[in-house]
Structures are given as C-alpha cells and as structure tokens.
Design a protein around this ligand. Structure first.
Ligand code: COA
Length: 139
C-alpha cells in the first residue's frame, strides 16, 4: 500500500488525532524493524518489532469499509507475523474512549497493562487517558 493511501485512510478514520502525512508514513516504512500488514486497499496496520517485543503503532480501516472484518483479519495477520518472527509480546496504546478499537483488541486477548492519565488531547480540548495493553504471544 502506498504511503499516500495510508495517509488517506488515516485521515478519514481518525477523528480525534492529528492525521499522519504521507511523508511520515514513507519515513516510517523505511525505518528498520518497522513492518506493515495490509488488507485490500482499505485497511492497514503498522508495527515495530525489536528483541522479541512488538508494538502496534497504528491500525485503521477506511470508514467506507468498516465493520466488514478487515481489521480483525489484519490484526490476525499482525499477530501471526509477530509470532513467526519470534515475537513474545505485542504492546499497544489506545485512547480510553476508543470503544471500537478496545473491543477489537479484547477479541484478540489483549489485557490492560497500564494507563497514562490525560495523555491524549481531543480536538474539543478534553484530556483523555491512554490505555496500555499487552498480549502474550506465548513463544
Ligand atoms: C478500530 C477499527 C480499526 C476497526 O476496523 P474494522 O475493519 O471496522 O473492524 P472489524 O470489522 O474487523 O471488526 C472487528 C471487531 O472490532 C470491534 N469493532 C469494530 N468496529 C466497532 C464499532 N464501531 N463499535 C464497537 N466495536 C467495534 C468489534 O469487536 C468487531 O468485532 P464484531 O464484528 O464481532 O463485533 C476502525 O474502527 C478504525 O479505523 N477506527 C479509527 C482508527 C482507530 O481508532 N484505530 C485504532 C487505534 S490505533
């Protein structure tokens, strides 16, 4: 998937976060230890894996293609990739008010491992906690 398409999806999907520009995706994709998992032309995830520990940097489905199982499929591919590259854990950070994403992560067995109070600032000025979540891949 091109960095431009990632930027389009990201801007359309995230309503409470600054959109990431195509150049930011291009730079990330050229960074060591970064990997992408895509599903069709409407869903992608970016991760980083170092020394057995993976981080989900972002996952998004274009609003026109949501609720069709794309993110579930993409997360499945993400976790499989981590396990195949000897990853032991996946960590992520999510806005505590992001119910769709939290439900998705719970489906895969992620559990809350911490919380950063007031970490995100919403466009309306509200401060919202970041939940830290972790999944043991059992390798
Ligand atoms: C979170 C997101 C990636 C889900 O993408 P999706 O392709 O629509 O998700 P799927 O259709 O694969 O759904 C998988 C599961 O996610 C959860 N889910 C997805 N959308 C949901 C919603 N609107 N409300 C509640 N749960 C939801 C459900 O558990 C769902 O399983 P179910 O269909 O059995 O109920 C998508 O809503 C999105 O891009 N959101 C904006 C970006 C974002 O917040 N990313 C995560 C933070 S980094």
């Amino acid at each position: 998937m091109t960095p431009e398409r990632m930027a389009d999806i990201h801007a359309a999907a995230f309503t409470s976060q600054r959109p990431w520009a195509a150049d930011e995706f291009r730079t990330l994709l050229a960074t060591p230890h970064i990997f992408e998992i895509t599903r069709g032309s409407s869903c992608f995830a970016l991760g980083r894996i170092v020394a057995g520990e993976a981080e989900l940097l972002t996952i998004a489905t274009h609003p026109k293609a949501q609720r069709q199982g794309l993110a579930r499929n993409c997360m499945d591919g993400f976790i499989r990739h981590v396990a195949e590259t000897d990853g032991k854990r996946v960590l992520l950070e999510v806005d505590a008010l992001n119910d769709p994403a939290i439900a998705l992560y719970h489906q895969f067995g992620f559990a809350e491992s911490g919380r950063r109070t007031g970490y995100y600032r919403h466009p309306d000025g509200r401060r919202v906690d970041a939940l830290l979540m972790a999944l043991d891949c059992g390798n």
